[in-house]
Design a protein around this ligand. Structure first.
Ligand code: MET
Ligand SMILES: [Zn+2]
Length: 763
């Protein structure tokens, strides 16, 4: 028999119960006991959902629950607590302080560093190790949760991050200069103890996630892996399943071939081409093979016929007992259930599958293989009908968009003239001073602004009432910018809920769920829009507000758009065409918006691409192809204007050194870029490779309410001028101001403008 199995279930709950509990606990509205018992109830519910769906007992995941983040959990499990948190109360106070910082009487500790989990939008807490790091079993969470499930009559498969990935994902603490992987020998014995305890508690299978196997790894990892897993596999009575996901194994298949474990899991959604190789490996090494055949991180129904064929192919070689049917990765990255989506277009909803529905898919696949397809005839027929409808639906396939895409020519990726020609033409029109000041787009989204939007949504306000309110906010914002002395103005983005959602709502090809939340970090969840079909722009999206704003001032107004790569990156995307095709469709729609803004008299247009860096593939050999189409998508969106129209872009959230040449290739007239938190490494690159267009490195960090002094910003600007030509420098904050309040925004921008002035006068 093949079994339907799972690697991890979304932990938030169908109504984001976990988020609510945890936030109430933080706010002092829920006591610790209630928090713990609430979590227990939620876990029980998730286990029973999986069991009821037919996921095989023994292969239902546990320890996939977390109050904040699974990597942070492992820091507690293995007692990797940086010194500054050691004085805090255990476990919860210290735990949450590590995740989100803690300020209370006599205590002021920052949060630990957070990073994106591979190429998902989930963020994990980065482990921090000292050179003298010792490990011990501090938290018994994996054992406790196994026992807890057992009491409900469910045998789970505890999930742990494997020791190599745990170390590889971490970093050396400040002041320590060593590679964390050197701690492996010290760490493995504690894993061993943990495995023994799990076996003693009744566990048969343990899942060790080793997703760093999708990275390019140094040579010595082969031996490190083999040695560590030899020791772990020797624990009597344990069966270890090593799970890789998010990409191909590639040459790391040699590492896996060397592991003396019982089973391996592979991601066949991301790397279908590896099926035969892993089947052969499983055969040669007598392994059980877990096949990730349905997508654990997207929301489309799986093609069940195709998945069944894949599983059968493995079964033919290995026999049914040695094959497990699984999602490609943990379902942490998909929303809980489709059930609440009653408002969604019925046709589109029929193409979707969230976590609860994916469980059913896994079970249908297993049954079809075990008992013949007739045993699940109705389910398969329904699936085929959905697949066919989606493949042929006019909702998805828009002949007009496709014709326009075909008509795209090479000259649509280039400005008319080079920057050196454009720049004086723009200056003649804009007449900007030296060190021109600007902002990145949004101004404070106060409670009143959010309430206004809700009032419109709920029908308490008419569209006219809402517009009157937004106009008043925009006016106020423009008056302030004039008063403080900004040179290039923005309208403030008060009409926007979110920089992706706003555009998604105005584009054809996008649909929104009501409850499709996925965890982003800690208690924070996002509801990514869904791109289901060819994207087009029925009508202008921002021209109304930008022209309204331009009319209120004689200063130049900058139009504000979200770029194609960011739109793509922060949405659930189609799986029936390459990501690049979708990006180009988005780009074409944005291009039209850019041209309409220009026609309406907007002299400068910013196209934000904060997510361009995070789209980088996990393997370096895949970078070039990605960066090429990403840059081309931006170019397609931005180059359809006259030389006199100034194109800005904005990037934030990351280290840009990796993608420097791409930034150059975008050929924007100005780029505002977050760098206030990192050192000046980035600017160094701009100097070294000779960046010749306008550049505004963030002069201050908008993520904190702190108001930097003129002195501080002045020093920063001075430092920047060591690397950058002063004629090219823009003066601006490092990102949008929407999360800030007005008081600190006013003071900070006032200081910033005074600094620009003094540099101008000194020049
Ligand atoms: C995450 S980048 C944000 C850019 C956007 N224009 C804003 O100012 O909010
Ligand atoms: Zn930003």
């Amino acid at each position: 028999m093949v079994h339907a199995t799972n690697l991890g279930f979304p932990r938030m709950g169908g109504n984001r119960e976990l988020k609510k509990m945890v936030e109430n606990y933080w706010a002092g509205k829920l006591d610790e006991k209630s928090l713990l018992s609430g979590a227990k109830t939620l876990r029980a519910e998730h286990w029973s959902i999986q069991k009821a769906a037919g996921i095989q007992d023994g292969h239902i995941p546990s320890n996939d629950f977390s109050f904040y983040d699974q990597v942070l959990d492992h820091l507690h499990i293995f007692n990797v607590i940086p010194k500054k948190y050691q004085g805090l109360q255990f476990p919860l106070e210290a735990y949450f302080a590590m995740g989100r910082g803690l300020q209370k009487e006599g205590v002021d500790v920052p949060a630990m560093e957070m990073k994106k989990w591979f190429d998902t939008n989930y963020h994990f807490i980065v482990p921090e190790f000292t050179a003298e790091q010792e490990f011990s079993l501090r938290s018994r969470k994996p054992i406790d949760e196994f026992v807890e499930a057992k009491a409900h009559g469910i045998t789970t498969r505890p999930v742990l991050i494997g020791p190599v990935s745990f170390l590889r994902l971490g970093k050396a603490a400040k002041g320590h200069n060593f590679d964390p992987i050197s701690l492996l020998d010290k760490l493995v014995p504690v894993y061993e103890t943990l495995l023994k305890e799990l076996v003693a508690a009744g566990a048969e299978w343990v899942q060790l996630d080793e997703p760093v196997l999708t990275f390019d790894l140094p040579k010595e990892f082969k031996d490190l892996y083999a040695k560590a897993y030899a020791r772990l596999s020797a624990v009597s009575g344990v069966k270890i399943l090593v799970a890789n996901y998010f990409g191909r194994l590639g040459d790391n298949i040699d590492i896996v071939a060397n592991l003396p474990v019982s089973a391996i899991h592979v991601d066949l959604v991301r790397a279908p081409e590896e099926l035969d190789a892993v089947v052969k490996l499983a055969k040669d090494k007598s392994l059980v093979l877990s096949l990730g055949v349905i997508n654990g991180r997207n929301i489309w129904k799986a093609d069940l016929d195709a998945a069944i064929a894949t599983v059968k192919r493995a079964v033919a070689v290995l026999g049914a007992d040695r094959v497990l049917v699984a999602p490609s990765c943990s379902m942490l990255h998909t929303p809980h259930s489709l059930e609440p989506e009653v408002k969604m277009d019925k046709q589109i909803r029929d193409w979707l599958s969230f976590a609860v529905q994916k469980l059913d898919e896994l079970v249908v696949i297993a049954k079809a293989v075990n008992n013949g397809e007739d045993s699940v005839k109705a389910a398969l027929e329904a699936n085929r009908a959905s697949m066919k409808a989606r493949r042929t639906s006019p909702l998805v396939h828009d002949a007009k968009v496709q014709a326009e895409m075909k008509a795209v020519t090479e000259d649509m990726f280039k400005r008319k003239s080079p920057f050196t020609t454009r720049s004086p033409a723009q200056q003649a029109k804009l007449n900007l001073p030296a060190f021109p000041t600007t902002t990145v787009g949004s101004f404070p989204q106060t409670k009143e602004v959010r309430v206004a939007r809700q009032n419109l949504k709920k029908g308490n306000w008419t569209q006219a009432e809402y517009e009157t309110f937004i106009k008043a906010e925009t006016d106020k914002c423009i008056r302030f910018q004039e008063k403080v002395g900004l040179d290039m103005l923005v309208h403030g983005e008060f009409e926007r809920n979110d920089m992706v959602e706003y555009f998604g709502e105005n584009l054809k090809g996008y649909v929104f769920s009501q409850n499709g939340w996925v965890q982003s970090y800690g208690s924070r969840c996002v509801k990514p829009p869904i791109i289901y079909g060819d994207v087009s722009r029925p009508e202008p999206m921002t021209v109304y507000w930008s022209t309204y704003a331009q009319k209120q001032t004689t200063k130049p107004m900058k139009g504000m758009l979200t770029g194609p790569v960011t739109m793509l990156q922060w949405s659930f995307v189609r799986d029936d065409q390459p990501r690049s095709d979708t990006a180009f469709q988005l780009a074409l729609a944005i291009r039209k918006e850019v041209q309409d803004l220009e026609k309406a008299g907007i002299p400068a247009i910013q196209i934000d691409e904060p997510a361009i860096r995070e789209g980088l593939p996990l393997r370096r050999s895949d970078w070039e192809a990605y960066l090429k189409w990403a840059a081309r998508a931006f170019l397609l969106s931005s180059t359809g204007v006259e030389d006199t129209t100034q194109i800005h872009t904005h990037m934030c959230y990351s280290d840009f050194n990796d993608i420097f040449s791409t930034i150059q290739a975008l050929d924007a007239d100005a780029i505002t870029i977050e760098n206030s938190k990192s050192d000046l490494k980035l600017l160094h690159a701009f100097e070294k490779y000779g960046y010749a267009n306008g550049i505004g490195p963030g002069l201050y960090d908008i993520h904190s309410p702190r108001v930097p002094s003129q002195q501080e910003m002045g020093d920063r600007l001075k430092e920047m001028l060591v690397y950058l030509k002063k004629e090219l420098v823009w003066v601006n904050p490092d990102c949008g101001l929407k999360t800030r309040g007005w008081p600190e925004t006013e003071k900070a921008l006032d200081n910033m403008c005074r600094v620009a002035e003094s540099f101008r006068n000194a020049a």
